[in-house]
Design a protein around this ligand. Structure first.
Ligand code: ATP
Ligand code: MG
Length: 573
């Protein structure tokens, strides 16, 4: 019987002995040992539902969920839905699906920043009453200009000294929808000369007369990320709030809000370096452009670094988790070599994907001494080294398909495949010797003629003669015609974001479609997401658009392992 690579598996939190250094885990372990937060660990993964999750998010998901599991805590899924213009329910659902697919369960601890809009508003009024927030009526341009920059201090707004009563009234007017967008904002009153620009009276609310995918028309003022995030963490009892380095400058503000509100105990924000991957862009803005400008076929195009794309491509979630653990967590920005991820995928599939025969670019081979009315079925192993994969039967007959590039009219000396007068092994079947070839008007081969050695059944030479080449094949009479999409990296530059525009570096050969592939019968009716190794051709996964009448297979990854070569050369650092 065959084993399938299933799209999910239960061992999501199992750790391996090859995990990279993780300073966040060390900090959390120290907190637990010291009894901080009563020894509890609560984390959260806080995506904004304005796009699909990518492999960078996977790094954060694996960190957040693994830590919670390791210390017997929990990880909340919190949607940071504070920008209604860009957000939607489609993205919420895609994010849920992708986190689950990656192998994690938030156990019903699903929250939305929008669940806290009323509480946040109450807290905003509290800060106003404490004299720690004010309504600013400067124009957006004036606010920007008066904030100053890294070199020069900001300038106080003329509205900074409004009375508590006036501020409360104006804030209510804002909420009631009586002011136009841009007419006023609520700001924290901190210090316009603060050396950290983030602390120069940061915005807490802005007016947006747009409906929200969850709260509808209930609000026309929306909290800024900084005003929502720490408070949401506190409401949920989060102990360790892990985010990427760009929020480091925001940590003083995160703490300032919690202190001003006298919230205790307080969650702790810890920043780590985001994942950057060679030959890849990882920013939702850029990924959205790829989708909207039609460079790819949607967010789940198998070339996209999104989790949805990787699922469709056939990347096993276990390989992605292993990759995320292996790269570790640090504060140092760097670029991870994409061949490491590819290696993890290949290494996983090597042990989990049954083998099969498929010819991607077919040319007919006729075995002249094989009777036309005969056929036989060879019992072949589903895995070369693991007998637990079992066997299957593969049909053989007089006419078979072989790869066009497994035949050459005039081959160089080291070519060990088929050519006039040469003998090769048909994998699992027999030895054949090429007796001739039919060509078209331009001299291109259209049909290869052979004879077979009836004594070589199974593929071994009866007299022990040496046959160097082995090629794969599919019986023409039994073959299923299908499409194989040969995916390669979407970008042909190591850093696509260097230079003017990342779309200049799109790889023109990132998807080569073989619409006339011939598959052995067992490949016809497999469920979407099923992965096989097509012998000598790579790992392939059934696309959701596949039908039994016309199967569609996506190449997950080719067989050649660049990473393993780098390791052998000691070149992986
Ligand atoms: P992008 O920069 O791709 O648009 P984002 O940071 O705006 O992503 P969010 O939905 O806000 O996307 O991210 C949710 C969480 O995932 C955040 O905690 C964020 O820090 C983390 N995250 C996003 N990108 C990466 C990355 N490349 N590496 C590690 N963590 C990331
Ligand atoms: Mg973000």
């Amino acid at each position: 019987m065959t084993r399938d690579t299933t799209p999910t598996d239960a061992s999501a939190t199992a750790s391996t002995d090859e995990e990279g250094p993780n300073f966040v885990a060390d900090l959390v372990a120290a907190d637990v040992a010291a009894g901080k937060h009563g020894g509890r660990v609560v984390t959260r993964f806080p995506p904004e539902p304005n796009g699909y999750l990518h492999i960078g998010h996977a790094k954060a998901i694996v960190l957040d969920f693994d830590l919670a599991a390791r210390f017997g805590g929990r990880c909340n899924l919190r949607f940071d839905d504070t920008n209604p213009e860009a957000e939607s329910e489609e993205y919420v659902e895609a994010i849920r699906r992708d986190v689950r697919w990656l192998g994690y369960d938030w156990d019903g601890h699903e929250h939305f920043a929008s669940d806290y809009f009323e509480q946040l508003y109450e807290w905003a009024k509290l800060l106003v009453r404490k004299g720690l927030a004010y309504v600013d009526s400067q124009t957006p341009e004036e606010i920007r200009k008066n904030r100053g920059d890294y070199h020069s201090p900001g300038v106080d707004s003329p509205y900074r000294t409004r009375s508590v009563e006036e501020n409360l009234t104006l804030l209510e007017t804002m909420r009631a929808g009586e002011l136009a967008e841009g007419a006023a904002v609520l700001r924290a009153k901190i210090d316009m000369a603060h050396p950290n620009v983030v602390m120069r009276d940061p915005l807490m609310y802005r007016i947006r007369h747009v409906p929200h995918h969850r709260t509808g028309d209930a609000w026309c003022i929306y909290p800024m990320y900084d005003w929502a995030h720490g408070q949401s963490d506190a409401i949920e009892g989060v102990t360790h709030s892990l985010c990427t380095l760009e929020f480091e400058d925001h940590r003083p503000l995160y703490d300032w809000f919690l202190e001003a509100l006298e919230i205790d105990p307080r969650p702790q924000q810890i920043e780590f370096a985001r994942l950057n991957l060679s030959y890849t862009v990882l920013s939702k803005r850029k990924l959205r452009r790829l989708v909207e400008e039609g460079h790819v076929d949607g967010w789940d195009d198998p070339r996209m670094p999104t989790l949805a794309g990787m699922r469709r491509r056939g990347f096993p979630p276990a390989a992605i988790r292993r990759f995320c653990r292996r790269i570790g967590i640090s504060k140092r920005e760097g670029v991870v070599d994409v061949t490491l991820l590819e290696h993890m995928v290949r290494d996983h599939l090597e042990h989990t994907a049954p083998r099969a025969l498929a010819v991607l670019d077919p040319i007919k081979l006729v075995i002249e001494n094989y009777p036309d009315d005969e056929e036989e079925w060879f019992e072949v192993p589903n895995h070369p080294t693991d007998p637990s994969f079992g066997t299957r039967r593969v049909p053989f007959s007089r006419e078979i398909w072989i790869e066009r590039d497994d035949f050459m009219l005039d081959p160089p000396r080291k070519y060990h495949r088929l050519a006039p007068g040469r003998e090769v092994r048909l994998r699992y079947a027999c030895l054949v010797t090429c007796t001739g070839v039919r060509t078209d008007d331009e001299g291109r081969p259209v049909e290869v003629r052979c004879t077979f050695d009836p004594q070589s059944r199974g593929g071994t030479a009866p007299d022990g003669r040496k046959v160097r080449g082995t090629i794969h094949w599919v019986s023409a009479r039994h073959a299923v015609r299908g499409t194989c999409r040969l995916y390669d990296r979407l970008f042909d530059a190591e850093n696509p974001s260097a230079g003017d525009d990342f779309t200049d570096h799109l790889n023109p050969d990132s998807c080569i479609v073989r619409g006339d592939a011939r598959l052995e019968p067992s490949l016809a009716a497999l469920a979407a997401g099923t992965t096989r190794q097509f012998e000598r051709r790579g790992y392939f996964t059934v696309d959701p658009s596949s039908t039994p009448e016309h199967p569609v297979w996506n190449r997950t990854i080719a067989l050649k392992d660049t990473w393993a070569k780098l390791v052998a050369r000691g070149a992986t650092g």
